[in-house]
Design a protein around this ligand. Structure first.
Ligand code: F6R
Length: 602
């Protein structure tokens, strides 16, 4: 979603800001803007559309200074337009604000400020903030920001500058991410690490209701009562290469190709190479023996990983698991008590609905565990315990390598639970782990058939709709394949459990209907084949991902593994298929329309 960058230092400020925004583009946005403080005024340039529009505007109207804030906006309140873009400012342009999140009481605040004579021009919730700060300003910007946040309801990460305090950059967060980048004689604020990775890997991770005040003297972090907070410096271990495309045309393709390495990295982070067994056992035996229900909670692709995780935990550890979409879980009335484990799954660790599951059930469930890819993310900080996927920065909006890493971790969690409960012996656990270690090689073999999958994508690119089918372990992969193709190709895709076909979806099938079947799981392969024959007799054409060739279908063959682990393999051809369909259609693969990488508002 929206991205924030702020800079105070000696470099040309717009270069740093625009570079930061450029590295945040993957989050999704529809307009961009900067505000730079120079002596006694603030220059603001903002444009609807892609960053290039802002860059051209900055070329024709150059602005300079040594402190500034910048923003990429993903519209929530008010359509994408120049006027609705951030930064927003007060009447005399002495205060400028960028904001991520949603101000829930903006209507009340607008009415309150209008009564005091303030005028509003945009349709945004954000515009109340600079005007409120203006109203509350007495002698310094940070105190005015603090007073303003006392009156704001909702979620926010803010970057604020003022020409009345012209060498100061103020930031604050509440339920929306904000980090502080620490440089030499220069410092940064940003909503996400890639924005500052070109300049520093040292950061402070702000917690809710913490304010940062950056001046020439350095960085000060304080709480609402102005008490100084000493924070530890966190060293980011992502590499710069992670946020570049390398030799690939798109991030998505690069990230698909990173999956063998990512799977290995995730395994290595938990497994001791010498023993082939867990480095440490994380689950307490007694605690686990009292757990009678697990909820796996996530959104989109992370939810699909949860569906496979459910099957793994139930199969191996014999604990009942429910997988839930976070936006549903937060509003329904689940039975969560001290015998329940809640596990949330989130690549970004910042998804608003998923975080709400953490906040709602922490302290009530036996434990809330997070599976996330971003060290220092809100999920990692707010959960009782965290497992990290080691996927590195995932830039493409369509999640691929993070999903495979989530599956890997969920399998490890299932094995460890089964071992802790005494269901699997150490030797049996090692057997499963060694099978997991074979997967990177098997993914590589699938990647070798990339050209063939690209050719199949050419055949499918003009379809209006596609049906994805799978049973058992293949069903979540069918859902994930449908989501992947849908989100980047805009083809209407639906995923069904193969056995559900006759209960409605088969009515969609006519001559020429293209069906993508996932048949990785051998144990009931024949059942899915019967379903496929039913649709073939009605004219459907089948593209089948499985470990054996079948004359009747167009086949995409994967290497064999145990049924339980097949989702890590069967998903790869589907990712490639979606990538190549989008590429053949000439679409923006990495930044599909309307989507944001990190969904920080509900
Ligand atoms: C799909 C996709 C989304 C995310 C979802 C959750 O490719 O990327 O469906 O999986 O928005 O995001 P995280 O995992 O960051 O919570």
């Amino acid at each position: 979603m929206c991205g924030i960058v702020g800079y105070l230092g000696k470099r040309p400020v717009t270069d740093v800001l625009v570079n930061g925004l450029s590295n945040l583009q993957y989050r999704g946005y529809d307009s961009a803007g900067v505000a730079v403080v120079n002596e006694n005024c603030i220059s603001i340039v903002k444009k609807e559309g892609k960053l290039e529009n802002l860059e051209s505007a900055l070329e024709s109207t150059p602005v300079s200074g040594c402190v500034g804030i910048a923003h990429t906006r993903w519209a929530t309140h008010g359509k994408p337009s120049d006027i609705n873009s951030h930064p927003h400012y007060n009447a005399d342009k002495t205060i400028a604000v960028v904001h991520n999140g949603i101000i829930e009481n903006y209507k009340e605040l607008k009415a309150f400020l209008a009564e005091k004579g303030y005028e509003f021009y945009s349709d945004t919730d954000t515009e109340v903030i600079p005007k409120l700060i203006d109203y509350l300003y007495e002698d310094n910007i940070e105190t005015a920001v603090m007073k303003a946040t006392d009156m704001l309801k909702g979620s926010y990460a803010l970057g604020v500058v003022s020409s009345k305090d012209n060498n100061k950059l103020v930031g604050v967060r509440k339920q929306s991410p904000l980090i502080v980048g620490i440089g030499e004689n220069e410092n940064f604020i940003a909503s996400d690490i890639p924005a500052i990775l070109d300049y520093t890997t040292d950061v402070y991770l702000l917690d809710d209701n913490e304010f940062v005040i950056i001046t020439d003297e350095g960085i000060k972090i304080v709480d609402r009562n102005n008490n100084v907070i000493e924070k530890a410096i966190y060293k980011v271990d992502w590499k710069k290469e992670n946020v570049s495309k390398g030799n690939y045309e798109h991030y998505m393709l690069k990230e698909i190709h990173e999956q063998p390495e990512v799977t290995k990295n995730t395994l290595d982070s938990v497994i001791d190479q010498n023993t082939g067994f867990f480095r440490k056992i994380t689950f307490d035996k007694e605690m686990l023996s009292n757990i009678n229900r697990i909820y796996l909670v996530g959104c989109g692709t992370a939810y699909h990983a949860g569906l496979s995780g459910k099957m793994a935990i139930e199969t191996l550890a014999r604990i009942p698991v429910e997988t839930d979409v976070a936006s549903e879980f937060r509003y329904r009335n689940p039975i969560v008590d001290s015998n329940t484990l809640v596990i949330v799954i989130s690549q970004s660790g910042e998804t608003a609905d998923t975080l709400e599951a953490v906040r709602k059930w922490k302290g009530k469930a036996a434990a809330v565990i997070g599976i996330t890819n971003v060290i220092g993310s809100s999920v990692s900080r707010e959960c009782d315990k965290v497992f990290y996927t080691r996927a590195g920065a995932e830039i493409s909006v369509a999640s691929t390598k993070a999903y495979v890493a989530q599956l890997t971790l969920l399998y490890l969690v299932a094995i460890e639970m089964a071992y802790t409960k005494g269901i699997l012996t150490e030797e049996e656990s090692k057997e499963y782990i060694s099978k997991l270690y074979q997967l990177p090689k098997s993914i590589e073999t699938i990647l070798d058939s990339e050209d063939r999958i690209a050719a199949l994508a050419e055949e499918l690119k003009d379809e209006q709709s596609l049906i994805f089918l799978g049973r058992d372990y293949d069903y979540p992969v069918a859902l994930e394949g449908a989501l992947k193709v849908k989100e980047i190709t805009y083809i209407n895709c639906t995923g069904y459990a193969a056995g559900e076909l006759k209960h409605g979806p088969i009515a969609l099938v006519e001559k020429g209907t293209k069906i993508i079947a996932v048949c990785g799981s051998m144990r009931i392969e024949e059942k899915t084949h019967s379903n496929l024959r039913e649709v073939m007799t009605r004219g459907a054409e089948i593209y089948c991902v499985s470990s054996t060739e079948h004359k009747e279908f167009t086949n995409i063959v994967i290497s064999e593994t145990i049924d339980l682990f097949t989702p890590i393999l069967t998903v790869v051809p589907l990712q490639l298929l979606s990538y190549y369909i989008a590429k053949h259609k000439g679409l923006n693969v990495d930044m599909p329309r309307n989507l944001a990488k990190s969904v920080t508002v509900e």
